[in-house]
Design a protein around this ligand. Structure first.
Ligand code: NAD
Ligand code: ZN
Length: 386
């Protein structure tokens, strides 16, 4: 028996933010970060509440890649004046922090007089899809822990493309590559299904069609809307199908060297695709066939699995190049000696990451070390392919 869970109600398109007016509230909590305040996005939410005379509080000190201390701060804020509505406005970091706070408070202070608040997620990056996933990533020292529980799923997700036009080009590139990685990993996951495949296929086409435009022309509302929808659909695919070792390796790399999540995925993606496809062997894996199918959907040469995988690898490399993303880990400023020194720890973390079991091929310590070292140099799956 398999399951495909679709939880939040999704309000999308230009002006979708006004859907917040349909959410009854007496005492609301807005979880956000300082950038949302600076760009005036937090005010767009609080103005709606002011107009309706709703009492609200603002908790705006969520940090990027939230850690346990951030979650504890949020629990204190939420506990002090328990809200009936929590709105998380921000990127994956803000939404994940809100999820972890709601979850941890419920676990530590269960009280039937305080029902779980209505939880509204409003993403302001097109990346993590956290508004529709049962995951929350929280840092403990340098390690990223992945909490998994459907309790954290928002009740409502609001996808308003106007809220992403202010995302700078480099963050657009990082987060957009995260969307692509979610689709690729969900598509070849051991838990992939017809349902998640349908989402993933659409996402891959949307990313290659619209991400470069978002990067070049941040105020192109149509391209932003398409990427925002793609991000959410990728979230729906991977919350059900889960992910793979690109994410396991990226969690450890990003936690250790403070590389943004999407960028870490972009650095590792082609090495993992080549591994899953057995590109340097027979290229006869199920994953190779599925990658070739994606290449076919992108109208790229794919008459054999090997040709299809080559096309996909080149397309990913070209997309990264087009958006001026670093090719290898060595191009991100990470010190070579420190990288080698931390490698065993990162590999151990990646092996125990909750994304590893659903990768289509089972990796071991030697293999994950080899993938890191390959990604250090850049997109080097096969220099003859380019
Ligand atoms: N829960 C999940 O399912 C899931 C999935 C993938 C990743 N993650 C986690 O999510 C986090 C990454 O989230 P992210 O990639 O969205 O980045 P982010 O939330 O860390 O945001 C990156 C930066 O962009 C800024 N920003 C956000 N929206 C903006 C806007 N509209 N205009 C201008 N600046 C804006 C933020 O203030 C921040 O400085 C990581 O911790 C990652 O591990 C979670
Ligand atoms: Zn991700």
């Amino acid at each position: 028996m398999s399951e495909f869970l679709i939880k939040p109600r999704i309000q999308f398109g230009p002006n979708a933010l006004t859907a917040l007016n349909d959410v009854p509230a007496k005492n609301a909590l807005l979880v956000t970060d300082s950038a949302m305040v600076k760009f005036g996005l937090a005010e767009r939410v609080t103005t709606l509440w002011q107009q309706r005379g709703i009492r609200f509080r603002l908790w705006d000190d969520v940090v990027a890649d939230p850690d346990i201390a951030t979650v504890v701060r949020g629990m204190k804020v939420m506990d002090a004046d328990y809200p009936d509505v929590v709105v998380a406005l921000g990127g994956g970091s803000v939404i994940d922090a809100a999820k972890a706070v709601i979850y941890a408070l419920h676990q530590t202070r269960p009280d039937s007089a305080r029902p779980r608040p209505c939880f509204v997620a409003i993403p302001t990056t097109s990346g993590t899809g956290s508004e529709v996933t049962r995951f929350s990533v929280v840092k403990s020292h340098t390690e990223k822990l992945v909490l998994v529980d459907a309790f954290m799923l928002p009740d409502i997700a609001i996808l308003d493309p106007e809220l992403v036009v202010s995302v700078p080009a480099s963050i657009t590139a990082d987060t957009g590559m995260d969307v692509l990685c979610h689709a690729l990993e969900a598509y070849v996951s051991r838990h992939a299904s017809d349902f998640s495949d349908a989402m993933a296929e659409k996402v891959v086409r949307l990313v290659f069609s619209y991400l470069p435009t978002c990067w070049r022309q941040g105020n192109n509302l149509l391209a932003r809307e398409k990427m925002h929808n793609a991000s959410c659909m990728a979230g729906m695919a991977f919350t059900n199908a889960s992910l793979g070792v690109t994410h396991s390796l990226a969690h450890a790399l990003g936690g250790m060297f403070r590389i943004p999540h999407g960028r870490a995925n972009a650095l590792l993606m082609t090495s993992v695709v080549a591994f899953n496809a057995d590109y340097n062997g027979q290229c006869a894996t199920d994953a190779a066939q599925k990658y070739a199918r994606l290449a076919h959907l992108l109208d790229l040469p794919a008459s054999t699995p090997r040709e299809g995988v080559t096309s996909l690898l080149v397309a990913i490399h070209t997309l990264k190049d087009e958006m001026a993303l670093p090719a290898g880990i060595r191009d991100t400023g990470v010190n070579a000696e420190q990288f080698e020194q931390q490698l065993p720890d990162m590999v151990a973390q990646a092996l125990r990451d909750s994304c590893t079991p659903t990768n289509p091929r089972t990796p071991d310590t030697a293999l994950l070390s080899a993938l890191y070292r390959q990604a250090w140099h850049g997109d080097s799956w096969d220099s003859a392919a380019r």
